[in-house]
Design a binder for this molecule. Structure first.
Ligand code: BES
Ligand code: MN
Ligand code: MN
Length: 462
């Protein structure tokens, strides 16, 4: 029976070319200009699943972009693994900051990836990581080593909130029935520090609008005598944190789960260099909520951040003007037990209540989702842990991530199964940023590790 390592050695050039071809299609879900490319990508994924040995693959149309569903059911008495991933990508802007065009993948060596990394939008998030599963499937079916049933559900709207996938999951519980859900759409601590993501943050995303006078005004004639929407908006935003960087929205922390000292001590064991952290993003000092470490601030604590702010004159030179309106996009990362819809409501009520006379405030919710945390004593975790041990030579560290995949908590609620997050990306892979990349070593390591998860999960389920 052929071993995975020799299979990878034999086919790795093709594995790379296929991923590169997939990365050439700009499947940006947020921008209507790319609509045809998103649909085209779904067809490519469908073909790849058929080639990888799925018996049945279909494109499930939604009100938005399609969900690609594939399966290979070998024996109803064996467990079923449901693989989830997404084929849509974030917009590439600001495009001028890319060293090579985002949809013309190139392989370049970096300090962290001496064997080379593929640079392209979606390389790591999530086309590269999703495609590892397709290639692992190919290996298992081609060499007669698929130990259990498998279902694939690859969507095209993750980066815009998975609204249609939520409906699909609610309406297709029988079809999606599974024993464990497997996802590679997160990261690991470092190349030599494998980790399994055990938590994700929730999200509430809102847009705010402050309106003052009915037109832009001369800032000399009116300045000082009317509320300037930009001054007011920035003041309102600044008031959302106190001097300790706690969030001031009443009720915001009510449901936040406080970790025990023992749990915090366990978390603090994960290797972390403050200097490397600061250097990697070019800052000379960290910043954040009083009383918590950097790793706590970006995983177990909720946050509020302005993602974009605009209004008034931003062209060449100076224009003396008081704008009629000012805007901002604000995200709140949430932790387990915080209800995203409730937090959105708390934000809206608070933000409207702090508006001074002279302006009108409008808060428009965008999307959101619940956080997720999973125990490490599940079958799935144990299977993943054994798989990593075989391919990395060490046990993975459980780690709660700051990012969000809102659909994961819905999976648990609707499908009643645990999700195992086996991520192979690194924080330095620049997902959502210019020059996103994915290490070739990581890509192949993922393909090597995934079949072992199948093997151990099946064995442990007996
Ligand atoms: N794959 C990411 C989430 C992620 C990355 C989690 C790294 C943990 C580690 C996902 O594609 C993503 O970007 N999610 C969005 C939320 C979504 C609703 C737009 C996010 O976290 O901003
Ligand atoms: Mn992703
Ligand atoms: Mn993403």
């Amino acid at each position: 029976m052929q071993h995975i390592q020799s299979y990878i050695e034999e086919h790795k050039d093709r594995f790379l070319t296929e991923l590169i071809d997939l990365l050439k299609i700009p499947s940006v879900s947020a921008d209507p200009d790319y609509k045809d490319h998103v649909f085209q990508t779904a067809d490519v994924i469908k073909d790849s699943l058929l080639k990888a040995g799925c018996d049945h693959v279909e494109i499930c149309e939604t009100e938005g972009f399609p969900i690609v569903y594939g399966e290979k059911m070998i024996d109803e008495n064996l467990p079923t693994i449901l693989v989830y991933g997404h084929y849509d990508v974030q917009p590439a802007d600001p495009i001028e900051l890319w060293d090579s065009p985002p949809y013309e993948p190139v392989i370049k060596k970096t300090d962290i990836h001496p064997e080379g990394a593929i640079f392209a939008r979606g390389a790591c998030d999530d086309k590269g990581q999703m495609y590892m599963h397709v290639k692992a499937m190919e290996f298992m079916t081609e060499t007669g080593q698929l130990p259990c049933n498998v279902k694939f559900m690859i969507e095209g709207e993750e980066e815009v909130g998975s609204v249609n996938l939520s409906k699909f999951v609610k309406n297709n519980q029988e079809k999606l029935k599974n024993d464990v859900i497997l996802i590679s759409d997160t990261g690991m601590i470092a190349q030599d520090v494998p980790s399994i993501t055990t938590g994700l943050r929730g999200l509430s995303y809102v847009e705010v609008e402050v309106t003052g006078p009915n037109r832009d005004l001369h800032s000399g004639l009116y300045g000082g005598a009317v509320a300037n929407p930009i001054n007011i908006l920035t003041k309102m935003i600044a008031s959302l944190h106190d001097e300790d960087n706690h969030i001031t929205i009443p009720g915001f922390y009510d449901k936040v789960e406080e970790l025990s000292d023992a749990e915090r001590a366990e978390m603090a064991k994960a290797p972390f260099s403050l200097k490397d952290y600061e250097d990697s993003i070019g800052i000379d000092s960290i910043y954040g909520e009083k009383g918590y470490s950097t790793n706590e601030r970006n995983s177990i604590r909720p946050t509020l951040d302005v993602n974009g702010i605009w209004g008034g004159y931003i062209g060449e030179g100076a224009k003396t003007v008081i704008a009629s309106q000012a805007f901002a996009k604000i995200s709140m990362r949430l932790v387990p037990n915080q209800e995203w819809e409730e937090i959105t409501e708390l934000f809206k009520n608070h933000f409207e209540s702090i508006a001074p006379a002279g302006v009108k405030v409008k808060v428009t919710p965008h999307h959101g989702g619940q956080g997720y945390v999973t125990p490490i004593d599940s079958l799935g975790y144990e299977a993943a842990s054994k798989a990593y041990f075989d391919t990395f030579g060490q046990k993975p560290i459980p780690q709660r991530s700051g990012g969000s995949i809102p659909i994961v908590s819905l999976f648990e609620q609707e499908l009643k199964s645990k999700t195992i997050l086996m991520g192979f990306g690194l924080d330095s892979d620049a997902i959502h940023s210019p020059n996103e990349h994915f290490g070739i070593w990581n890509y192949l390591k993922g393909i090597e590790t995934i079949p072992l998860f199948y093997k151990y999960f099946t064995e442990l389920s007996k």
